[in-house]
Design a binder for this molecule. Structure first.
Ligand code: SPM
Length: 285
């Protein structure tokens, strides 16, 4: 294997490796190492601190689910959305498909990620072109405390814990998100893989279960995340998060490649071992 032309996300004892044509961006920001590659077969690849955040090949799966699960689980038609993290703009792009949203705020800690995405990832950073999007640069765990009762949906598109995303995996953050919701609002948080990081997945499920009447872990198939699966944890005090309350109209459904009302419901049907894991360690209802 030509080591010069492959990049890997290395986990304990194994890795996920992608063949690249060239490196487009290599920045050490105040918070993290930002790298963007042009790959041989998967389009663009964004890595933060050596961890794959997205590839052009399958980012639609993650971004459609992170945006649409909370949008359609919300008991009322959402008008105000907040994205925490998500500097590449992919979740913004998906939220932008909903004319019902009047405001779409984003709080991203690292302005360099936004700049890099706007330069090298036009397919996701086009999310910023929507005039309803308002960009805030700062720590999402502080921003949320300053906005009580403000949002119908809050989406946390975080990196793994350990880097700048660490506060977004704490119990206090879940308490503060609940306060920042309108009545009946919904949170959706990046909940990791039950194969790769089961303790983090359980932690997220536990906090969502502690603060919300309805909560659950939805799985998303994303081949370029290690183990090929990642979770989105939902929480709300009205209705059941696994049931979509409305559905995309025919025109919007044509634009979507992953999300549908059927996929919404089935994403919460987990393999037996994962269900057991969350019942034992995640306090899942
Ligand atoms: N908008 C895309 C950002 C993606 N955020 C989530 C990335 C999580 C990757 N972690 C997978 C677990 C392996 N380290």
């Amino acid at each position: 294997m030509d080591a010069q032309r492959w990049v890997s996300e290395v986990n304990e004892g194994w890795g996920l490796t992608v063949k690249v044509k060239k490196q487009l961006c290599d920045i050490r920001s105040q918070y993290q190492h930002i790298e963007i590659f042009e790959t041989e077969n998967l389009g663009h690849l964004l890595m933060l601190d050596g961890i794959v955040q997205l590839t052009s090949y399958d980012e639609f799966a993650y971004h459609e689910m992170m945006a649409n699960l909370p949008f359609y689980a919300c008991s009322h038609v959402p008008e105000r959305a907040l994205v925490i993290g998500g500097g590449d703009g992919g979740v913004l792009r998906e939220l932008g498909r909903h004319p019902e949203l009047r405001t779409i705020d984003i709080c991203e800690i690292d302005a360099e990620v936004i700049r890099a995405a706007q330069k090298f990832l036009p397919e996701t950073s086009c999310g910023y072109d929507d005039p309803r999007v308002k960009v805030n640069i700062g720590d999402g765990s502080c921003f949320i405390k300053e906005h009580p009762g403000c949002y119908d949906i809050i989406i946390v598109d975080s990196t793994d814990p350990g880097g700048p995303g660490e506060p977004l995996f704490g119990e206090n953050f879940y308490r503060d998100m609940k306060k920042a919701l309108t009545p009946g609002g919904v949170i959706a948080t990046q909940a990791e893989s039950y194969y790769l990081l089961p303790e983090i997945a359980c932690r997220v499920v536990k906090f969502a279960g502690r603060f919300f009447k309805s909560s659950g872990f939805a799985q998303i198939n994303v081949p370029t995340y290690p183990t090929g699966v990642i979770g989105c944890c939902l929480g709300s005090d009205e209705g059941e998060v696994f049931l979509p309350r409305r559905m995309p109209d025919a025109e919007l459904q044509k634009q979507l490649r992953y999300y549908s009302p059927e996929v919404h419901r089935s994403a919460f049907e987990l393999p037996v071992f994962a269900r057991r894991l969350f019942s034992k360690n995640g306090d899942e209802k």
